[in-house]
Ligand binder design. Structure first.
Ligand SMILES: [Ca+2]
Ligand SMILES: [Ca+2]
Ligand SMILES: [Ca+2]
Length: 448
């Protein structure tokens, strides 16, 4: 039997090293670690590839990328993990031969920094045939309740001399290619790529199309990704659509986190707790490029304006207040802060809680936001950047500590949005419990 003192010591050791035990040190990872480029003399189309830059340890790393010489361009040259850098090679004046190079990525906080991605450009003689394909990869997205998505085209062209005989094949039963062979001289040949989702489970599916030919670059591989989703979002028309719910937060606490996934198309209030002079909201104010504001009572606002907020694309927005700083996160990255200390009185002048509206029709501020909304999460704790990143791409269970209201909008029909927490703050579509003109529309196209 273990002595009582040893048990206490073991417990103390486990407690003291618990954080390190489960959280590896920051470690920089590049994918891929080699980029190959091929061309023929005299063909000057842009050649580029992408490096995914990640961290398999804790937190987020700031990185910088430097090319080995001036013929290689990296954009952007710095960022934070997870990120992507585009690597382009100059073909200007290149004659037959091979041109090796590299991109070195450094991150001060990573023990294995720097990491290197090798690049290699091969230039063939103008008399050679080279088969070029576009796009570099194919991505399909389908919803289980909707079925197979529309086919996409894979275009093949001979950018060198002569005629190329080609054939294509896929390595998955859900992938169909038509035609599967042809000859290519100066024209572009289009291969129709279809996917059949019948019987496939929800999630990501990978396949590869292999292009075989008698060109110099035979056996080119084209990655295909098929994402099958389940669940729904709500689409707001920007005219009069909204959701109302019971009050999300109350009292005079001073910690809060709001989160929402949105694909915005018209400026307005995204999620809002309406209170006289004490509005709390995440709002797109109509600026170009879009500016997002997160406000806690008495107009303490953290905001961010940037071209990386793109209309028609999904974004994760989060606002936090920890009693000293108001913070706004876009796609899990801290983008705006505002100092403010003191408690916030969420109850003062409370009027209503809304998704997609400000509660005052005809209000000079704008009234209604348009777009798709999903995964509205209200917490009575100030979540950290790491916590926000760790759950932004996952559905929650509803029992997470501090989560006081959670709507995943996965009902797909009806007039009620259910709060998935024990709080029971179920909401209603539009102005009445029945169908009405202010009901947003159930849409089977969730962000993840
Ligand atoms: Ca959903
Ligand atoms: Ca209704
Ligand atoms: Ca409407």
């Amino acid at each position: 039997m273990m002595p009582r003192a040893w048990i206490a010591l073991a417990a103390a050791v486990l407690t003291s090293c618990g954080g390190d035990w489960f959280t590896p040190d920051p470690t920089l990872v590049l994918e891929p670690t080699t980029l190959e480029f091929e061309t023929v003399e005299g063909w000057a189309s842009i050649h580029s590839g992408e490096i995914d830059i990640g961290n398999i340890g804790s937190g987020s790393l700031s990185w910088t990328a430097v090319a080995s010489d001036g013929t290689i361009t990296v954009t952007p040259a710095s960022g934070t993990t997870p990120g992507t850098a585009t690597v382009s090679v100059s073909l200007s004046g290149r004659t037959q031969g091979t041109y090796p190079g590299s991109v070195t990525v450094s991150a001060a906080g990573a023990s294995n920094s720097p990491q290197v991605c090798a690049t290699n450009l091969t230039v063939y003689a103008a008399s050679e045939a080279l088969l070029w394909h576009s796009p570099p990869s194919l991505e399909f997205r389908a919803h289980q309740a909707v079925g197979s998505p529309a086919p996409q085209l894979l275009s093949l062209s001979n950018v060198g001399a002569g005629t190329v005989s080609w054939s294509v094949s896929g390595d998955a039963g859900w992938l169909t290619l038509s035609p599967t062979s042809g000859d290519c001289t100066a024209e572009t040949d289009d291969v129709s790529v279809s996917v059949n989702v019948a019987g496939l489970p929800v999630g990501d599916h990978q396949a590869t199309i292999t292009v075989a030919s008698d060109a110099r670059n035979s056996l080119v591989q084209v990655p295909v990704t098929l994402t099958i989703t389940v669940g729904y979002v709500l689409s707001f028309d920007g005219t009069d659509d909204y959701v109302t719910t019971p009050k999300w937060i109350g009292g005079s606490g001073n910690k809060v986190t709001w989160e929402v996934w949105c694909r915005i198309s018209q400026a307005g209030p995204l999620i809002l707790h309406r209170a006289s002079w004490n509005d709390m909201f995440i709002w797109w104010d109509g600026s170009t490029p879009p500016r997002i504001r997160f406000s806690v009572p008495l107009d303490h606002i953290a905001s961010y304006q940037g071209a990386d907020i793109i209309l028609g694309e999904w974004h994760h927005l989060a606002g936090t207040y920890d009693g000293s700083t108001v913070k706004l996160y876009v796609n899990g990255e801290l983008k705006g802060t505002q100092s403010y200390s003191g408690s916030a009185n969420w109850d003062s002048g409370y009027y209503g809680s809304y998704v997609g509206a400000d509660g005052y029709t005809g209000d000079a501020w704008g009234g209604f936001a348009g777009g798709e909304f999903d995964e509205v999460r209200i917490w009575n704790v100030a979540r950290t950047e790491a916590q926000i990143q760790s759950t932004m791409y996952k559905e929650l269970t509803g029992s997470e500590p501090g989560l006081v209201a959670y709507y995943d909008f996965d009902e797909g029909s009806g007039q009620v949005v259910h709060d998935k927490t024990a709080s029971g703050k179920d909401g209603q579509l539009g102005s009445t419990a029945g169908a009405d003109a202010s009901d947003p529309t159930w849409t089977p196209d969730p962000p993840f």
